[in-house]
Design a protein around this ligand. Structure first.
Ligand code: PGA
Length: 254
């Protein structure tokens, strides 16, 4: 059985006031069975320590950065390294989010470097892949997703610390969710590729999350697709409904 993972990607949202309220009214109220589910939230790098300090002692929610440097420590102004995150007690990072790919030059090569250095320094990663609308419309969905997955696979030394997030770019922040069938279709093919190109064991155990306009309305149906093992949630992770999305793990029929 694969443990469900629900990620909350806060992106560049939230000020001190919002974060204090959100931690108190939503994040610190999350209760889940850690044998069946894990929850990982990603505030900005600036707010990582704040979020940790605002967590209730008994909170099981884990904290992730949204990005990591592709470089080791040194003269790379503005970057935070994998070693620094780990040293500070943070165990997760997102890598290759489509916004990083679109605005910050995170090519497959960069994503591979970030994956490698993160794993080498003991972090777990949620590595994101996904096609743009024009790629879907020209039937390139799997070609694009598999080349992105391959770059991650080639950089991976320990699959136990890798989670894949399939996030069709056209579904991110647009209110257009992939249908259950569209999402399952891609997830199934990603797992098939892992089975062929890495190993059956890895294919059976790696979590593949879906991301792109997940809400409390569609979470239950999506989670019940056989190859969907959780979500990476953007906008809805900043709202009270995130609690309902986390609770969706209870409805997964195994
Ligand atoms: P969204 O974002 O849920 O707001 O569509 C998802 C993501 O970017 O991870």
């Amino acid at each position: 059985m694969r443990r469900i993972l629900i990620g909350g990607n806060w992106k560049s949202n939230g000020d001190l006031n919002f974060i204090k309220n959100h931690m108190k009214s939503v994040i610190n109220t999350l209760k889940f069975d850690t044998n069946k589910c894990e929850v990982v939230i990603s505030p900005t790098t600036l707010h990582l320590e704040l979020v940790r300090s605002l967590q209730d002692k008994e909170s099981q929610v884990q904290i992730s950065s949204q990005n990591v440097s592709a470089f080791p420590e040194g003269a790379y102004t503005g970057e935070v390294t994998a070693r620094q995150l780990k040293d500070y007690g943070f165990n997760w990072t997102l890598i290759g989010h489509s916004e990083r790919r679109q605005y910050f030059g995170d090519t497959n090569e960069v994503v591979g470097k970030k994956t490698k250095i993160s794993l080498e320094n003991g972090l777990s990663v949620i590595a994101c892949i996904g096609e743009r609308l024009e790629e879907r419309e020209s039937n390139k969905t799997m070609e694009v997703c598999l080349s992105q997955l391959e770059a991650i696979a080639n950089a991976t030394s320990d699959w136990k610390r890798v989670v894949i997030a399939y996030e069709p770019v056209w579904a991110i922040g647009t209110g257009k969710t992939a249908s259950n069938e569209q999402a399952q279709e891609v997830h199934g093919q990603l797992r098939h590729w892992l089975s062929k190109s890495v190993s059956k064991e890895v294919a059976d155990s790696v979590r593949i999350l879906y991301g792109g306009s997940v809400t409390e309305q569609n979470a239950n149906a999506l989670i019940n697709q056989p190859d969907i093992d959780g979500f990476l949630v953007g906008g809805a992770s900043l709202k009270a409904g995130f609690k309902t999305i986390v609770d969706a793990y209870k409805n997964k029929k195994l």
